[in-house]
Design a protein around this ligand. Structure first.
Ligand SMILES: [Zn+2]
Ligand SMILES: [Zn+2]
Length: 180
């Protein structure tokens, strides 16, 4: 059975004073258009929205295992993701509300913008996953990467280039000396 593509729109005016809570056992299709990563299973997500004046306070969790591509050897590797997020969504045209909130909660306040009317939860979750990806993606700390000459994955052994490549300029001289 084909899974429904996840999509949910929340209107600002529909958020009650007590807030709104969402829980998803999976978010199918969430990362379909993202080339940097793909999920290795279900993406579990929790989100709580509360009003703060004209702003929305969003907080929640995302749990999943992603498949990332190593920046050195280009091989995919599993990356367990377990993140907590909390930030303020501010109407794009009413940025002055930001100052108000910053004075209330100056400590590590993250902000993002929305159109002031509706919020696409799909975008909220996708953005949080993307923000949490490591800048340097490595399958392991000491990944040897690919040979710059032939492209062989040096984690799998030595390539033919390492035989002909001299270790230092003097090794060539040494060979010449023996040959004479
Ligand atoms: Zn690697
Ligand atoms: Zn090589």
């Amino acid at each position: 059975m084909k899974k429904e593509r996840f999509k949910e729109t929340v209107f600002f005016e529909d958020i009650p004073d007590t807030g709104l809570e969402f829980y998803y056992a999976d978010l199918p299709g969430l990362l379909d258009e993202i080339s940097e990563c793909s999920p290795n299973g279900a993406i579990e997500a929790h989100l709580r929205l509360t009003r703060r004046g004209k702003n929305i306070w969003a907080e929640g969790t995302i749990e999943c295992e992603l498949s990332l591509n190593c920046h050195r050897c280009l091989e995919p590797y599993p990356y367990p993701l377990s993140l907590r997020y909390a930030y303020l969504l501010i109407p794009r045209e009413v940025k002055c509300h930001m100052k108000e909130e910053i004075s209330l909660k100056p400590e590590d306040l993250d902000v993002a913008f929305f159109d002031g009317v509706r919020l696409e939860l799909f975008d909220v979750f996708r953005e949080q996953v993307l923000l949490s990806l490591p800048v340097k993606q490595l399958c392991k700390e000491d990944c040897k990467g690919l040979c710059p000459s032939c492209g062989f994955d040096l984690n799998k052994g030595d390539c033919a280039c390492s035989m002909v490549r001299p270790d230092n300029p003097f090794s060539v001289l040494r060979k010449l000396k023996f040959a004479s």
